[in-house]
Design a protein around this ligand. Sequence first.
Ligand SMILES: Cc1ncc(COP(=O)(O)O)c(C=O)c1O
Length: 357
Amino acid sequence: MIIQKSANPRISNFDLENFSFGNTFIDHMFICEYEDGKWGEPKIMPYGPIGFSPAMMGVNYGQACFEGMKAYKDENDDVFLFRPEKNFSRINKSTSRLAMPEIPKDIFMEGLKTLIDLDRDWIPKGEGMSLYIRPVIFATEEVLKARISNKYMFAIVATPAKSYYAEPVSVKISDHYSRAANGGVGFAKAAGNYAASFYPTKLANEEGFEQVIWTDDIAHEYFEESGTMNVFVRINDTIYTPKTSDKILDGVTRDSFIKLAEKRGIEVVIGDVRVKDVVEAFDNGTLKEVWGVGTAVVTSVFKSLGYQDRLLTLPVLSDEESFALSLKKDLTDIQTNKAEDPFGWRFKVERKILEKA
Ligand SMILES: Cc1ncc(COP(=O)(O)O)c(C=O)c1O
């Protein structure tokens, strides 16, 4: 791998305690290009723009997909990724569905580890703090033909993160729009899935809701996901979550929540979550919690659900009473090396670059 270090690192001028998420990137980025049926030499270089033509296939035909993952720093400044192999296998499920080349494991993992090791000083420490990492692959061939591209770029960029959506939010159960369809690309982290969700989300925002609970495209009878998260519903003391399918992203946080809930002895039912049953549980007082889970926020607690012309206001639970918040704590304690890791989920990023320097 070629490593070209930045001559002007920006980290010393960046306030890791006071920043806004998503618009400042770490000093370096990883790139690897694919052409003529093979991957080229991977490279780490200073973060910055790369010139492309508006005729680039990725922007015209949407062959683009990505991952979202985080690195955490513990009290001793050790750095950990969380289940990175899951993101590795998922990006290749996405590339395969979008007829893009598979990213080899050594390119993905070595690129990731080396970049995070090199820019470990950018990882903020403390409650809710992390480095958000974005592996992304897009078609770079410049040709205006609606066909599979012959050229791609795989890149990894990263930005410091703190928890957002911390306040409980109000969400709208969709009775018109869907984010995915049978046989479609809902299970892939295809860039176009997000583009398609923005308009319905904007309409929901105008009605006062922060997010949309996506329902099936056939009759809007079943919960699928919420915003860019998987969704959980608690009725009495049982939690329900839709099973993954070609319409639902197989979230790393969802899988971790299921395993942590089972470890706590909470009954988890993975299957159809019917809107009608959720509304009925609300009406008979057994609906306790509804929440979303994903890497970015870990848990987004819902305070109310808008359904047609009704607003279902959920009970306010203490942190201890709430399954959503108890499981969030179980998970973040593992991620940040505050608790035992019985599942072997933490992945330590060894200090290699700095030792050599
Ligand atoms: C559509 C969608 N669903 C669910 C998730 C949650 O997945 P994960 O827990 O792997 O972040 C994401 C990404 O964060 C997403 O984009």
